[in-house]
Design a protein around this ligand. Structure first.
Ligand code: PLP
Length: 423
């Protein structure tokens, strides 16, 4: 549509994503539609009462401070808590290595602002998190990508991609959004080694690591990288981390609530300082009140028990979805079997386009996100992402049945078309 504003928009807005998809996703808001499209947590697990208590306490005891401007780096006690929290995963950091951000989406945007010049090449997984592509497209990044399989990003294809000289690699090691796959330890080690050899930093985005429903945690890239540097410098402890080649990002969005907009970056102090300067230009700092309330809530161990509860709820929903897929999806459809996180990834037979199938799914009152949204360039049109955390178990059963019918009809139509052409 032409408006008087059209010629005023910056060039960076020119390639900011498909509006067709955005229009389709708007339709998923209809309350009759069972939507597996969003990446939404289940609202039933939000700790509303605990937040009410924590926020009252903060206002009663430190109200003036909570409503005042704060430090751009974030609320100091919360940063200290994150240092201890990260240590449970083997990530050694000091407070100066932590920056609180307004969601990990802001962390990605900050990294873009600090690192990306127009035309810089970023190496991503394929498919990858749509929000990262969106954030970095606005800094006029170019993308090169490597496919993922059941063990995460195909590191056997990495060396060739690194030769093209990317500014950094963007890796989602745990229960990847959108594919739900987890990077194996062997591949993690290889990735960290080769990144070091080529001098290409890694952005490790880990919003789902804590939401594991089976199996053991796999060592984060940032830890493997730190161990490597400790070995190299041979003088132990924090030295290893501070010289690190990995920036780690995580969030409270999936473990507490996304509406808080609270996340963090762990990085060498120099990187944090650059991000702080960039953040000052964006929002000065993340909400003091929200940071203080979150800290009040989690400081005495609340999160551990709460995450245990979330794992049970989501693990159960994942099982219900996997079971329903087995029963209702036609032969020829395959899907990943995630050990955690919020998503799984479906591949239909070649020739099916899930973008053109979407209006039919919406007519049948069910929604997903077509796979093409998650590719920096041309992707596999016969794929889509399903979220299993937001819909109730009953809705999952009904929604997957509806979707199975839509797919079955589509496959039947393809077969008929082929017969007509052959005839
Ligand atoms: C891989 C990944 N990174 C970042 C985000 C952004 O999360 P938030 O900004 O809520 O922390 C998401 C949200 O779904 C995600 O899946």
């Amino acid at each position: 549509m032409t408006t008087p504003w059209n010629h005023r928009y910056a060039q960076r807005m020119h390639n900011m994503g498909s509006s067709l998809l955005r229009e389709l996703l708007k339709l998923t808001q209809d309350s009759e539609i069972i939507s597996f499209a969003g990446g939404l947590p289940a609202p039933e697990v939000f700790p509303v009462d605990a937040f009410r208590e924590a926020s009252c306490k903060v206002l009663q005891e430190q109200g003036q401070r909570a409503l005042q401007y704060g430090a751009s780096e974030g609320y100091f006690p919360l940063r200290q808590w994150i240092v201890e929290h990260m240590a449970h995963y083997g990530i050694r950091a000091k407070v100066e290595n932590i920056l609180i951000t307004s969601g990990s989406q802001q962390a990605l945007d900050l990294i873009g602002k600090v690192m990306i010049n127009p035309g810089d090449l970023i190496l991503t997984e394929s498919p990858t998190y749509l929000g990262a592509l969106q954030a970095w497209r606005s800094y006029q990044a170019e993308f090169t990508s490597i496919p993922v399989d059941e063990d995460g990003v195909r590191t056997d294809l990495l060396e060739e991609a690194l030769c093209s000289g990317p500014k950094f690699m963007y890796i989602l090691p745990n229960f990847q959004n959108p594919a739900g796959v987890t990077l194996s330890l062997e591949r993690r080690k290889f990735l960290v080694d080769i990144a070091d050899i080529y001098g290409i930093p890694i952005i490790e985005d880990d919003p789902y690591g804590e939401l594991r429903y089976e199996g053991d945690n796999v060592t984060p890239l940032v830890v493997l990288d730190a161990q490597k540097h400790i070995q190299q410098t041979d003088n132990g402890n924090e030295q290893g981390f501070l010289r690190g080649n990995v920036i780690y990002i995580s969030t409270f969005s999936k473990t507490l609530a996304p509406g808080l907009r609270l996340a963090w970056i762990v990085a060498p102090a120099d990187v944090i300082n650059h991000c702080v300067i960039a953040k000052q230009g964006m929002d000065l700092h993340s909400s003091t009140f929200v940071q203080m309330t979150a800290y009040e809530l989690i400081k005495d161990g609340f999160l551990r028990d709460h995450v245990r509860h979330i794992r049970e709820v989501y693990g159960y929903r994942r099982d219900i979805m996997l079971d329903a897929l087995e029963r209702y999806f036609p032969e020829g459809a395959t899907w990943t079997k995630p050990k955690g996180g919020l998503f799984l990834w479906v591949t239909l037979p070649e020739g099916v386009d899930t973008m053109t199938l979407m209006p039919k799914a919406l007519e049948n009152k069910v929604a997903y996100v077509p796979g093409s949204a998650f590719y920096a360039a041309d992707g596999l049109p016969n794929t889509f992402r399903l979220n299993f955390s937001n819909a109730s178990p009953d809705q999952i059963e009904i929604g997957i049945k509806r979707l199975g019918e839509v797919i079955e009809q589509e496959l039947a139509r393809h077969t008929t078309d082929r017969l007509v052409i052959a005839g």
